[in-house]
Design a protein around this ligand. Sequence first.
Ligand code: C2O
Ligand code: CU
Ligand code: CU
Length: 485
Amino acid sequence: MSEGITRRQVLALGAAGAGALAVGATGLVVSGLSSQVGTPESGPVPGPGGGAWAEPAVLTSQNGLLELDLRVAEANVLIGGSAVRMLSYNGTVPGPTLHLRPGDRLRVWLRNELGEPTNVHTHGLRVSAVGNGDNPFLRIDPGQTFEYEIDLPDDHPSGVFWYHPHQHGLVADQLFGGLYGAIIVDEDDWSDTAPRVVVVSDVTIAGGSVARVAGVDRMLGRTGETLLTNGLVAPRLAAPSGSEQRLLVINACASRYLDMGLAGLNARLRGLDSGHRDEELVDRVLLVPGNRADLVITTPARPVDLIAAGYDRGQAGMGMMGGPAAMVSDALMLTVTPDASASVPDISPPTPETHPDLRDVTVDGTRTITMQMGMGGGMRFLIDGRAFDPDRVDQQVSIGTVEEWTIRNTSPMDHPFHLHIWPMQIIRAEGAETAELDIRDVVDVPAGSSVVVRIAFDRFPGRTVYHCHILDHEDLGMMGVIEAG
Ligand code: C2O
Ligand code: CU
Ligand code: CU
């Protein structure tokens, strides 16, 4: 660990009380475009950022095992200098970073101290979804503790992953409330090569707690007024001018697309999601919700702002009527600042991609998945004409096959498509063949377009899900069940 990095990035001011949940308007049904538009009460907004860099505490596996208690509870955390009632894993926002190695076992004792059910999902890990593994159908009720056991295969790729709740109907509320944390799979022991973990989220604060959202915000996908980097408002990342730093960036926002402007940082992209690539210079990287980037930057001679540029995800209205737009404006993620006295860890060498190139294989089957928005008792969020039903299997696939999926979006809004367990290789997007080996577990499907991916169902029989990673849309039904056998 280098000097100058505080492991504890937010101060837990006290234990959770027994009061009502600050967030979590559960079961709100969207019934119209404008009938439930509400104005959140105004309250103290986070003060100016620019504070010192900090990262979540790191928990590292020992002898093939990382075992931890993960307490899900309300906590008072400091956001931009004021105490805010949020949801947290182990009292901090984000929760602890879990540092694993391929072949490890992750044992999590999830203790639910919320007033509503929750569970946890290890986003992007290539692990089994059955039993007490990465099973999104589990429901951990208030007061319960559940033992998750997640086994990483020996050939699990290194990279950056993350964890968050997956309790259908409550996912966006719980994530927006503060429940997310990083998972890094890396052979390295980080004694002198620890990467910078950069967990980006957004939140709206009203009256000292997380704002409830109106129906229209659920339809659009809620975006928070305040962008947080490791729970901090626009922190300064200080390092000697000319030094290299490796950033593992996670888009943990409920809905916000992070269109990261990297000009002036000599940024080289090493990987997206669990995929690795030959380093390439980039001045922009788009991370849709759930996406991660592995980046190496060079600290400039004067401070450079890393800004998530304004983005237009389309609109919730149908047809000529238009409707509310899903737009955000520029937001400052962090400022890279030269500081001769700061020390930086070394950069570990890049990892070559080991995923087979599925462009070279014969596919065993094709299918089309259509993400739709429709009217009918309010705006409905559907896949192939249906809303999520945990008791229905929507796609049955066979272990040992490779499939080509065309993922269509017939709606006027962008939807980031996510498949659990099995990564997708992008074959064709925006009408063009993909030039490189591009492995993702969340693929953006812009409004009115389609993307073609290939998926190797090479292992892990069982049932899991695919869904829009605008988590409000997932909660509203834009999710399906896949069974591999
Ligand atoms: Cu990041 Cu099914 O989720
Ligand atoms: Cu996931
Ligand atoms: Cu969506």
